[in-house]
Design a protein around this ligand. Structure first.
Ligand code: O2Y
Ligand code: MN
Length: 641
């Protein structure tokens, strides 16, 4: 089939290109669509693809249909390129090794483009560098694109991936078109989203709107594609978002959040700006369903920063008898009030892109039962029996085999380096999870009764407390902090601010985001908000709470609070479980409840000072009055402790 291109005109505004007339005018080169059906593209999709073709000059075009036949074709191609290794120990599983310089999201190279800086980030006069996102001007974005994208796909195939975030056709779902030169991205997007022809059909019958997502792994140097197994351009990687045009442009990285544009770029950054415009919430939250021994069920959404066990909680195996947890999603929630005033959520994703190290039958058996079929592993270790291995996985898996590390080098425990990269991943279909919730694809979403915020707080913060009100809950989200490994120049771990676990993912000014959250109270019945901390340590430096399946005890208390049971006592920071309200019967070890729930006055005085400083330096005049009042209320109550 001959693909007819348009003559395109740059209007100097981002990538947005105008077509002179809609009827096709052949441009210099006719390109062949070597796979897929161009007739299925709507006029606006066709026009977008043509803009990308004109800019990136690929050799071929492949319109993804989402089929198994297509996957086989791409797998064969990637095998030939050395991008993937088959894992015959499992069913239809593959291992990819990236360039060692392309192993994670790069926050410092991620930008939001708006006419004014203040639309993107709070601008304060405090002289402290902003830590709530990076702004780029339209001129600089255009320059960055022009320096990188012309002919970036020369010698390669351009894949066009139509994908839906959320069940196809759900009123809560949105569509994207990702144009990429990476077959690895295509195969990953086919797991992580609903992708293929059915999305093009939905575009024809629906409103036709889509988010434009352009991705290239990087320009061949002097016409030569270096390292065909994992081409990338780490020094010039850039990830750009234009909320005004619902457009994402990503260059230089093939990895995860940088390249699977439906995830962080669309579902959170662009998603949060669409949500603000349309009156709903796009959040970095897992969603789980929990059924109590009486057979009653509620749904909970929870926001935790990285390394706090989000996927583990989403797939929890409760130790508390009679409880059942089912998983709707492990990373992102889109939540909107329905016409009855209930807040309903969908998981916009179709798969899990989970951190492999630390995942085991002991920590997350449900993940382990999910990931060994139809999955793509990245940067984990390879075993001589054609399987995978990572730190934290049961050692019996490597008892009588040789291990090759994520860099392709022979590995054994004594060489002191990790076998798998710490950010190595499994990419696996959500539908394979043995505890996937029956309603996980309900187009109407699931009703949310509670929202949890949490963090890794070794000191001062109790296991669980409940917000006094919606506004207080919004304040708790805004004040979220978590222990994390600091930048290289700091040594050890520090407690970093990560409001709403959204710090790297805000699509617009955080102060305005807070106002938007506060305004939700006017739109419907808001859920109860809680803060949880599984990671408090005692005077002996050991964790005070066993975590994992035992967290069902905390969920039980939350469940009972949602049902209106008066099992709480007020405190300066919010409502704590009343005496004996947290079920501790059956715990393997005695729990030091006093230490777990103690509120040291000096700690909370310091916490208030820290939050005050953060709000002043990072949010400044954009801080909503109601949030400032909640901080003042906390300060006052702490002073009276
Ligand atoms: O490093 C990456 O590109 C992956 S980041 C990621 C992946 C899955 C779920 N969450 C995250 C995150 O950074 O929050
Ligand atoms: Mn995440």
């Amino acid at each position: 089939m001959i693909y007819k291109g348009l003559t395109l005109f740059k209007d100097g505004y981002g990538l947005a290109l105008r077509t002179a007339q809609y009827n096709y005018r052949l441009y210099q080169r006719a390109l062949s669509v070597h796979y897929g059906n161009a007739a299925l593209l709507t006029p606006s999709v066709k026009s977008y693809v043509e803009e990308c073709v004109q800019l990136c000059q690929p050799d071929k075009i492949h319109i993804c249909d989402g089929s198994a036949k297509e996957s086989q074709m791409l797998q064969t191609h990637m095998l030939q390129q050395g991008t993937i290794i088959p894992l015959p120990k499992y069913e239809n599983c593959w291992l990819a090794r990236t360039n060692p310089a392309d192993v994670a999201r790069v926050e410092s190279k991620t930008f939001i483009c708006t006419a004014n800086k203040e639309e993107t980030v709070p601008v304060t006069n405090e002289g402290t560098p902003g830590a709530l996102g990076n702004w780029i001007s339209k001129k600089d974005m255009q320059k960055a694109i022009q320096e990188r994208f012309p002919s970036s796909m020369a010698g390669r195939t351009m894949y066009v991936i139509p994908f839906s975030m959320g069940p196809i056709g759900s009123p809560l779902s949105k569509i994207g078109i990702e144009v990429t030169d990476s077959p690895y991205v295509v195969e990953s997007m086919k797991i992580m989203t609903r992708a293929g022809t059915k999305v093009l059909e939905q575009l024809q019958t629906g409103d036709g709107q889509f988010v434009k997502c352009l991705h290239s792994v990087g320009k061949p140097k002097n016409g030569v594609i270096e390292q065909p197994s994992w081409p990338c351009d780490p020094e010039r990687t850039i990830i750009l978002h234009t909320p005004d045009n619902n457009e994402i442009v990503s260059y230089g990285s093939g990895y995860g959040g940088n390249s699977l544009l439906g995830k962080k770029c669309f579902a959170l950054r662009i998603g949060s700006t669409i949500a603000k415009r349309e009156g709903w919430l796009a959040e970095h939250m897992l969603i789980l369903g929990i059924t109590n021994p009486k057979g009653e069920k509620i749904y909970i959404a929870a926001a935790f920063p990285s390394a706090c066990g989000k996927t583990n909680l989403a797939m929890l195996t409760p130790t508390l008898p009679g409880y059942k947890v089912e998983c709707v999603g492990d990373d992102i929630a889109w939540m909107k009030f329905d016409s009855n005033g209930d807040l309903r959520a969908i998981n916009p994703e179709n798969g899990f892109f989970g951190v492999a190290p630390g995942t085991s039958m002991a920590t997350n058996p449900n993940a382990m039962k999910t990931i060994f079929r139809n999955s793509l592993f990245t940067n984990v270790a390879h075993t001589s029996d054609e399987g995978v291995y990572w730190e934290g996985m049961e050692e019996e898996n490597i008892k009588s085999v040789n291990v090759t590390d994520w860099l392709g080098k022979p590995w054994n425990k004594s060489n002191g380096k990790p076998a798998a990269h710490p950010n190595s991943r499994f990419c696996t279909p959500a539908a394979q999870c043995p505890i996937i919730d029956p309603a996980w694809e309900d187009p109407a979403g699931v009703p949310i009764s509670a929202i949890l915020f949490g963090g890794r707080r070794p000191a001062g913060v109790p296991l669980v407390y409940e917000a006094r009100s919606w506004a207080h809950g919004v304040f708790i989200g805004a004040a979220m902090r978590s222990e994390a490994t600091a930048a290289a120049e700091h040594k050890g771990k520090v407690i970093m601010h990560d409001p709403f676990a959204m710090r790297p993912f805000f699509g617009y000014n955080f102060g305005n985001y807070l106002s938007h959250w506060l305004s939700m109270e006017k739109r419907g019945r808001v859920p109860k908000i809680f803060h949880v901390n599984w990671f408090r340590k005692g005077a002996d430096g050991k964790f005070l709470w066993p975590g994992f399946g035992e967290n069902s005890r905390v969920l039980d208390w939350i469940f009972r609070r949602v049902k209106g049971e008066e099992c709480y006592q007020a405190s300066a920071i919010g409502n704590l479980p009343s005496q004996n309200a947290l079920i501790t019967q059956g715990l393997q070890e005695a729990i030091k409840l006093d230490e777990l729930f103690n509120l040291p006055k000096d700690f909370w005085e310091q916490e208030v000072i820290e939050i005050e400083k953060y709000f002043k330096t990072q949010v400044g005049d954009f801080l909503p009055t109601q949030v400032a009042q909640e901080l003042a209320g906390l300060k006052d109550r702490v002073s009276k402790m």
